[in-house]
Design a protein around this ligand. Structure first.
Ligand SMILES: [Zn+2]
Length: 424
């Protein structure tokens, strides 16, 4: 992989040269300094005048291949919506996941995401698709029980087999273990999955307390324990756990999640659209010690994978119900969408700093949205749209240059063909 020199790029308001070697940010110097001292022969040199570098986004909870299921369950309650999804997924095949993940990657790259935490079927196919697009996926073996699903022993064996296969992936993907939720996986299998993840140093990805009904059903089924208390009682909460949603939390739930340093992923657009709730207890979770991240969830519920949109909605909804405009400041919001997500996955990414993974978006500030005395981040999050993201570098590789992503036409054409096979 050739080195890249980002010449004359704005970083935190200053003009810099960023040098990328071996997939990492190797040097950040004053603009013009690098070329004075080092030959740039063999480097891909990008003139970044008028461009501002920000870290690539980490979408901390999504179901990428659902990019081909947009709008299939509009205006439905969560419980009806999920039945509709599982019904469609019963006919799922590898081609659907391959092209669906490619479409998702197109959209994620276009909107500045360089790492995503996926939870979907045929994960080795999803990994392949993402690797070809050049962005980094965390993909899972998913435990889910119920009608038509393999029995527990078969699932355990598959998880072990997929983990073994993942040892050959190198740094093209992160293998995680997923438990779909407390309502779709039995107690003994949750215990097994958690122990497997712990024993192998893997992240455990799970939907937790997404709806009030999930919370009430869990309490009824497990002697008054909330989903968080129940998972804790099974030894399924520790600092490697990535808990999606965590919306319906008691004070005790907050202190359990914080005490373990669990990564809690806020998926506001999905929650709003499915009427699951919106009172994410941001300040309490932060205070308690949880690692707070942002995700888009899958396109079947949030309809797109745009992290800037998710950031804006997270902040404005939080400000509204807390009646406090200072509750989720811009620097913390940015950290949730970048470095906190990277931390959840054990990556050194999400900051424009020497030694960090070269996950960088170059933002074009030549538009009305940035003609303001306000700080850059305010204009980026609250005024602009993700089409201001001009070029994206993921793991030291240019995956979109001047809004062009190689192979886009072919991906859209093949995805459209696959869609015709989807169960209506
Ligand atoms: Zn989800």
């Amino acid at each position: 992989m050739p080195g890249i020199l980002l010449k004359n790029v704005t970083v935190d308001g200053c003009q810099r040269d960023i040098v990328i070697d071996g997939g990492k940010i190797s040097r950040i110097v004053q603009a013009g300094e690098f070329e004075k001292s080092f030959p740039t022969f063999g480097y891909d040199v990008l003139d970044c005048t008028s461009l501002t570098a920000i870290p690539g986004f980490v979408n901390s909870h999504t179901h990428a291949a659902m990019s081909l299921m947009r709008g299939v369950g509009e205006d439905m309650l969560f419980q009806d919506w999920i039945k509709r999804i599982w019904d469609i997924e019963a006919g799922l095949h590898k081609d659907f996941v391959y092209w669906g993940t490619k479409v998702a990657c197109l959209e994620m790259i276009r909107t500045g995401t360089t790492v995503f935490n996926d939870q979907y079927w045929f994960s080795s196919t999803a990994r392949e698709a993402a690797a070809e697009m050049g962005i980094l996926p965390a993909v899972s073996y998913i435990f889910l029980e119920g009608e038509g699903r393999p029995d527990a022993e078969t699932q355990k064996a598959k998880c072990q087999k997929w983990y073994n296969a993942s040892l050959d992936w190198g740094d093209s993907a992160i293998f995680t273990v997923s438990v779909h939720s407390v309502y779709s996986v039995s107690e003994s299998l949750i215990r097994w999955a958690a122990e497997f993840a712990r024993d192998h140093g893997l992240k455990l990805h799970i939907h937790v307390s997404e709806t009030l009904k999930e919370n009430q059903d869990c309490q009824a089924a497990h002697g008054g324990l909330s989903p968080v208390e129940y998972l804790d009682s099974l030894g399924a909460l520790w600092s490697d756990v990535i808990a999606a949603h965590t919306l319906w939390l008691s004070d005790n739930d907050v202190s359990i999640l914080g005490g373990h340093g669990v990564s809690c992923v806020h998926n506001i657009n999905s929650n709003l659209k499915l009427s699951s709730g919106y009172k994410f207890r941001y300040s309490e979770l932060k205070e308690a010690g949880a690692n707070l991240c942002i995700g888009t969830d899958g396109c079947a519920s949030s309809n797109n994978l745009d992290m800037l949109e998710a950031m804006k909605t997270s902040a404005i909804v939080q400000k509204a119900w807390r009646e406090d405009p200072s509750i989720m400041p811009l620097d913390e919001l940015m950290a949730m969408a970048t470095e906190n997500g990277a931390r959840a996955l054990g990556l050194q990414s999400g900051r424009i700093e020497e030694g960090f993974r070269a996950d960088i978006c170059l933002v074009d500030t030549r538009s009305s949205f940035f003609l303001s005395p306000a700080p850059f981040l305010a204009n980026l999050v609250y005024s602009s749209h993700s089409d201001c993201i001009r070029t994206v570098i993921a793991g030291g590789k240019i995956v979109m240059k001047d809004r062009v992503i190689p192979g886009e036409e072919e991906i859209l054409t093949n995805a459209a063909k696959v869609l015709t096979q989807l169960k209506k």
